[in-house]
Design a protein around this ligand. Structure first.
Ligand SMILES: Nc1ncnc2c1ncn2[C@@H]1O[C@H](COP(=O)(O)OP(=O)(O)OP(=O)(O)O)[C@@H](O)[C@H]1O
Length: 708
């Protein structure tokens, strides 16, 4: 009998991560399930309804876990899997699991399986917050003490105002004595209280804001460091915009909430309790009336307030959507112009902006009605209090000063209660922003950048061996890119890899750079497994990488070249530029090496960018140079100059060229043709041509494409 238990609440909710428990009650069932999962025809569901990556990712993890479970244990047990889904998969819901589970049901209708899908939200980690707050503990305690003091003084104010009113009332009633003399005492006391309260408030706000800024700055630095430490897989699965959002908006939200909750939360709670006690001591009867009416008003206010906040959130999301449209259009402005799509982009933006205008208009109307209603309600409450208080005054149960104290204290209670309800929402938002920030702080990369790895003391020869490498990208584990791939790069030789698009050529280069680790097999550098070497050293000093579309930073030419070796002198930078055929054009600019290249190097031509990238790679004098389609984006003239630079740059180094255009690699010492994740042909240009295999077919195809 098949059982499916699903947390239906999360079925339509977007999720970040899901837990799936497959619980089989009999060992035989696990085996059956395992056989079914691993049998070739088991991919029975309609994957077109589901995001492809997710399906294969989950599929492969499930397969692996079930296989291990079936192999490793003879006892019936469950298989627990947790999938962390990147933002691109955010919309995947538990529907996916139900879907997979239904397929299991079709095939394994005699297997007992329980699927529990849970919506996972990152949890707030208090111990991480503590690490940030600890260095600021004195400031925090100081701020809390001052805020508490200000709140206590605030409780005194209604009572002192009452004293003042009593003096005025007595003078009006009796009209004897010196009014100024009598009022001076209580008035000065009140003034003193205002002064001290002002000082305390200034003090705690300064302390809190300094502390909040320090905590936020530390969080930003730590988060940025943590993000930079992550391996490439992490960036494959997470969108840059969302990561930047965590650094900016989420930390900002957390900081504001943190400061608000500590200052206003503490103040509001102290004031509510204190003023309520004052109210009771002034007049238990009037307090009874307030206890009935005030919570109803605050409750209604909180309800309408939460509705308005929802409207406000939707309106903000709409503004963000409009900004997203503008951002994308401006970021890709060249493409927009090239396709003459300005008008369409404008229409898209105008549509989103109009929607946000309408939503903000509705929000404004809602706020206006809310404020109007709450003004009427609160004034009615004041009127009711004066009416009831007047009755008590006429029966001598209360003085006019007491009534004044009561009115001011009840206003303070009402303001504090309203602020507590708002603060509660703010706290929830702050905690979830904090949880999102902290989620990445604790992340450890699977490929650590430094620490533990060794740096060989002898100079490198530069021999690289790819031994039996199999590899699937972690974001697409079901799709094997390299299958028992073997290749040797002899020292100081140039090896080119060619082959069909998508065949895995660039993947080989990524593995050598250790952007990813192979699923199985080893990559050796001079006989040492590269996983045992210090990664910073490997990338920073051993391997130089030049790819098809080099990305430059928006600083000067000098700084861009020096990026390859921060301690390089000006003379070294100029020397690297000369080797890269770049010195001539750089000195032709009015500002020479100080010329700013613009965002991502937009102020330079493709060939110029490429030559600066070559200089940047050469300045570190790498033993191994990887050229990933380095000239394929250039026109013939730029290609000639860049190729000349590359020919010079490759001398005396081990070079791996990933090539699209076969004309550029004919002089390579060895050309390897890749197909389907393996090398299927290898030899020099002439040897391969004479073989008449895949290489000659590729050459023929490129010639025909070139002619047509
Ligand atoms: N970061 C990634 N995550 C998941 N899959 C990837 C990733 N990068 C590449 N792939 C996939 O790996 C396969 C091989 O890609 P690769 O870039 O190595 O091919 P290539 O031979 O260099 O292609 P081309 O000549 O078109 O540049 C492709 O199917 C591609 O979709």
């Amino acid at each position: 009998m098949f059982q499916l238990l699903c947390n239906t609440a999360s079925i339509i909710a977007p999720v970040r991560s899901l837990s799936l428990h497959l619980r089989c009650h009999k060992t035989a069932d696990i085996r059956k399930l395992s056989r079914w999962y691993t049998s070739p025809g088991s991919n029975a569901y309609n994957s077109s309804q589901l995001p492809g990556n997710t399906v294969s990712h989950i599929w492969s993890l499930t397969q692996r876990a079930i296989r291990q479970s079936a192999v490793q244990t003879s006892k019936p047990q469950g298989v627990a899997l947790r999938f962390i889904l990147g933002p691109s998969l955010l919309t995947v819901s538990t529907r996916l699991f139900c879907h997979v589970a239904h397929c299991e049901a079709d095939v394994n209708n005699n297997t007992s399986v329980e699927v529990v899908a849970k919506n996972h939200v990152p949890e707030f980690q208090w111990h991480i917050l503590w690490e940030f707050v600890r260095p600021q503990l004195f400031a925090l305690i100081g701020a809390i003490v001052l805020a508490f003091g200000a709140a206590i003084l605030n409780i005194q104010i209604p009572l002192m105002l009452g004293d003042l009113v009593n003096v005025v009332a007595r003078f009006l009633r009796e009209n004897t004595g010196n009014y100024v003399h009598e009022i001076r005492g209580p008035a000065m006391k009140l003034l003193g209280l205002y002064g001290i309260q002002g000082l305390l408030t200034t003090g705690y706000i300064i302390l809190l804001s300094r502390m909040g800024e320090r905590v936020a700055a530390d969080m930003r630095k730590t988060l940025f460091a943590s993000l930079l430490r992550q391996d490439v897989t992490f960036f494959d699965a997470n969108k840059t915009g969302q990561l930047v959002n965590r650094l900016t908006a989420d930390i900002q939200e957390f900081k504001s909430s943190f400061k608000l909750v500590i200052s206003q939360g503490l103040r509001s709670i102290t004031q509510t309790v204190g003023c309520f006690l004052s109210l009771y001591f002034i007049s238990p009867k009037l307090t009874g009336l307030t206890v009935v009416v005030l919570p109803c008003l605050v409750g209604a206010g909180a309800f309408i307030g939460s509705f308005l906040r929802k409207l406000s959130r939707l309106a903000q999301e709409q503004v963000a959507k409009a900004t997203g449209v503008a951002d994308e259009a401006l970021g890709n402005v060249r493409t927009v112009k090239a396709f003459a799509m300005e008008q369409r982009e404008l229409q898209l933006y105008a549509h989103e902006v109009d929607k946000s205008c309408e939503m903000n208009g509705n929000l404004g109307a809602g706020i206006a009605v809310f404020q109007g209603l709450s003004n009427v309600a609160l004034n009615c409450l004041v009127l009711g209090t004066i009416f009831a208080g007047g009755t008590l005054i006429s029966s001598n149960e209360m003085s006019p000063g007491d009534l004044m104290s009561f009115l001011v204290a009840s206003q303070t209670v009402q303001r504090s209660l309203a602020s507590i309800s708002i603060l509660f929402g703010q706290m929830v938002r702050g905690l979830s922003s904090g949880a999102r920030v902290f989620e990445y702080l604790g992340l450890e990369p699977t490929i650590p950048l430094s620490g533990g790895g060794r740096i060989p003391y002898h100079s490198l020869m530069g021999r690289v061996d790819f031994m039996d490498i199999s590899f699937s990208y972690p974001t697409r584990p079901g799709h094997q890119i390299l299958k028992r791939f073997n290749l040797t790069l002899p020292p100081c030789k140039t090896i080119a890899i060619v082959g069909e698009s998508g065949g895995g050529k660039s993947t080989v280069a990524s593995l050598l750079e250790r952007f990813y680790d192979p699923t199985s097999g080893v990559i050796m550098l001079d006989g040492l497994d590269i996983r045992t070497l210090d990664l910073s050293w490997l990338r920073g000093q051993v391997i130089g990488f030049i790819n098809q579309e080099p990305v430059l930073f928006g600083s000067s030419v000098m700084e861009n070249i020096r990026f390859g070796k921060p301690e390089a002198t000006d003379a070294e930078v100029i020397n690297a530029a000369k080797q890269a055929n770049a010195h001539h054009f750089i000195t032709g600019f009015p500002d020479g090496y100080n010329t700013v290249v613009g965002e991502r190097g937009v102020m330079l031509s493709g060939g110029q960018k490429q030559r600066i990238a070559i200089a940047r790679a050469l300045i570190k004098n790498p033993s191994i140079l990887v050229l990933d389609e380095a000239t394929s984006a250039l026109d013939a003239e730029s290609e000639r100059v860049v190729q000349e630079a590359l020919d010079r740059a490759t001398r005396g180094r081990t070079v791996l060229i990933i090539a699209h255009r076969l004309s550029t690699i004919q002089g390579a010492d060895l050309i390897c043709v890749m197909s389907n994740g393996r090398i299927v042909e290898a030899g020099t240009h002439l040897e391969l041509l004479s073989k008449g295999g895949l290489y000659s077919a590729l050459i023929r195809r490129q010639k025909t494409e070139g002619q047509s």
